[in-house]
Design a protein around this ligand. Structure first.
Ligand code: GDP
Length: 362
């Protein structure tokens, strides 16, 4: 599966968001450093298409696809120097596929701010600086190691070292690598380093209930994100935590009262999915209708491999119908009669919403 680490300064609303995401009821207390261990929550991916498919197929079971969120608390100034539990936090972030950076955009005198004022620019810089310094440390160590290796004339090592030499000053200025302008080849060259500031990143602007419009803090986060080509998701984490506590029926009523089409969390989960370049395909059998996650661009055998590695190894063909056709034609039989049920081979590139059935050798 894929996961997204939630980072941010203390007291910006990370635990509140995480609790809402997982409804796990971990204590969100009004003081810094309260959550130390990384907490992991498996969150179902909201997808109305799954319900539509289930209505048609009437299966025994409906299984959504999921996204994992990891609450990485305690990233503070000096973390890259080992302050607090700095190294541990950085190691936890290194293991995530994407980063959700929560930024405080709400005023509340009852909630202490670590720097005594709400200041998204400074908050973002503090976190980005720690991540950049952690990457800088890794770069400098690699440069040292490669300096010895390049003497042997290894072409790949020479190219890698040249690239590290180029990105070093950018990191030394505290800038994230995602704003360096690396091309696809260079990104590929750096992939194995797992740099923190190259991870796909979104900013979660945590606003008050009435803070979605005319909020200068939110505007600032949007400006910074635009410069970095990052995504911003404005959410009121406190409200989301309340919504998450409600029973389904109450929740629907509450959302309607608030004029919201869906919980803000759904936008967070979907943004995380988008950040990672993921898409969904479905299997629709009478036993189980289920959503599965694959990378955009995945081939049919790779999609089969998400279900089971044997499906990928023994892949013969995939039967495929688009979600739209499946629904419009009332399911498998209708799609077959209308000639919309296709047989696809190994090279087929899966499309978002494909309803698939795999044929394979065992
Ligand atoms: P963390 O340290 O980043 O995990 O922050 P918490 O989630 O523990 O939140 C710190 C405090 O801020 C708690 O008292 C929350 O209830 C409060 N809080 C979180 N989100 C909001 C919000 O959107 N508005 C307001 N007013 N308070 C919030």
């Amino acid at each position: 599966g894929f996961n997204c680490g939630i980072v941010g300064l203390p007291n910006v609303g990370k635990s509140t968001l995480f609790n809402a995401l997982t409804r796990s009821g971990i204590d969100a207390e009004n003081f810094p450093f309260c959550t130390i261990e990384p907490n992991t929550g498996i969150v179902p991916m909201p997808d109305p298409r799954l319900d539509k498919l289930a209505e048609i197929v009437k299966p025994e079971k409906v299984v959504p696809t999921t996204m994992e969120f990891v609450d990485i608390a305690g990233l503070v100034e000096g973390a890259s120097k080992g302050e607090g539990l700095g190294n541990q936090f950085l190691a936890n972030i290194r293991e995530t596929d994407a980063i959700a950076h929560v930024v405080r955009c709400f005023e509340d005198d009852n909630v202490i701010h670590v720097a005594n004022q709400v200041d998204p620019t400074a908050d973002i810089e503090t976190i980005n600086l720690e991540l950049a310094l952690a990457d800088l440390d890794a770069v400098e160590r690699s440069i040292q190691r490669l300096t010895r290796v390049v003497k042997g004339g290894d072409k790949e090592a020479i190219a890698t070292k040249a690239l590290l030499d180029r990105i070093q000053p950018h990191l030394a200025e505290g800038q994230p690598l995602r704003s360096f302008g690396l091309d696809a080849d260079e990104q590929h060259q750096l992939r194995s380093f797992g740099f923190l500031t190259l991870k796909p990143t979104m900013y979660i602007a945590n606003v008050n209930e009435d803070g979605f419009e005319n909020n200068p803090h939110l505007d600032i986060v949007r400006e910074i994100a635009a410069q970095e080509n990052a995504v911003v998701v404005p959410v009121c984490n406190k409200l989301e935590a309340e919504i998450a506590e409600l029973e389904d029926e109450e929740r629907a009523m509450f959302l309607e009262e608030m004029g919201m089409e869906e919980p803000g969390l759904d936008r967070v989960i979907r943004a995380g999915y988008g950040l990672l370049g993921l898409q969904t395909y479905f299997t629709a059998g009478v036993k189980e209708v289920r959503a599965w996650t694959v990378k955009i661009g995945a081939t049919a055998p790779q999609a089969a491999g998400v279900i089971h590695t044997d499906f990928e190894k023994g892949f013969i063909r995939a039967e495929v119908v688009s979600y739209e056709d499946f629904v419009a034609l009332g399911g498998e039989n209708g799609a077959k009669e209308a000639g919309k049920w296709r047989l696809e081979g190994k090279a087929y590139v899966v499309q978002d919403g494909d309803v698939m059935h795999f044929r394979f050798n065992v």
